[in-house]
Design a protein around this ligand. Structure first.
Ligand SMILES: [Fe+2]
Ligand SMILES: [Fe+2]
Length: 172
C-alpha cells in the first residue's frame, strides 16, 4: 500500500513525464514543418518514450493501491529560434527531470518505502541514458554551427544515433 506522500510525489512525476511528452511532440512538429524529417522522427520517438515513462508510473500507482491522476498540463514551447536552441532546451529539460527523479528517490528513502525505491531505479538508469543522448546531440550541433550541409547530414543520421552510456555497460 502506498503512503499518501509517496502517491502524491509519484503523481507529480506523472505530470512531468506527460509534460515532457508534449514538449517533445511540439519539437517534432516544429522540426517537421522546417523540413527536418530525421530530427522530427527523433522527437516523435522521444515523445512516445515519455508517454511510456508516464504509463509505467500510472500502472505502478494503481497496482499499489493508489490512484494515478491525469492532470492539466502546462502548454509547451511551440517555436524555437534555431535547432541549437531546441536541443539546448531538450538537454536542460532532461537535467530537470533527473533532478525531479532524484528528489523522488530521496523521498522514498525518507519514508522507508523500499518497494517504490526499487521501482524508481529504472528511472535513475533511464535518466543517465537520456542525458547522455541529449549531451551527444548538443555536442554535434555545436560542431555543425551554421553549416547547412552539416545540418543536412545530421538530420539524415540522427535516427541511427545511439549512445552507449556508462549505465548500459554491464561488467563481464
Ligand atoms: Fe521521462
Ligand atoms: Fe526523457
Amino acid at each position: 500500500m502506498l503512503q499518501k506522500s509517496i502517491e502524491k510525489a509519484l503523481n507529480d512525476q506523472i505530470r512531468i513525464e506527460a509534460e515532457s511528452s508534449q514538449i517533445y511532440l511540439a519539437m517534432a512538429c516544429w522540426a517537421e514543418v522546417k523540413g527536418l524529417e530525421g530530427v522530427a522522427g527523433f522527437m516523435y520517438n522521444q515523445s512516445n518514450e515519455e508517454r511510456d515513462h508516464m504509463l509505467k508510473l500510472v500502472k505502478f500507482i494503481n497496482e499499489r493501491g493508489g490512484h494515478a491522476q491525469v492532470s492539466a498540463l502546462k502548454a509547451p514551447n511551440v517555436t524555437f529560434t534555431s535547432f541549437k536552441e531546441m536541443f539546448e532546451k531538450l538537454f536542460e529539460h532532461e537535467v530537470f527531470v533527473s533532478t525531479s527523479i532524484n528528489e523522488l528517490v530521496h523521498i522514498t528513502l525518507q519514508e522507508k518505502d523500499y518497494a517504490t525505491h526499487n521501482f524508481l531505479q529504472w528511472y535513475v538508469a533511464e535518466q543517465i541514458e537520456e542525458e547522455a543522448v541529449a549531451r551527444t546531440i548538443l555536442d554535434k550541433i555545436n560542431m555543425i554551427g551554421d553549416d547547412k550541409g552539416g545540418l543536412y547530414l545530421f538530420d539524415r543520421d540522427i535516427l541511427q544515433l545511439t549512445v552507449t552510456s556508462a549505465a548500459a555497460i554491464t561488467p563481464a
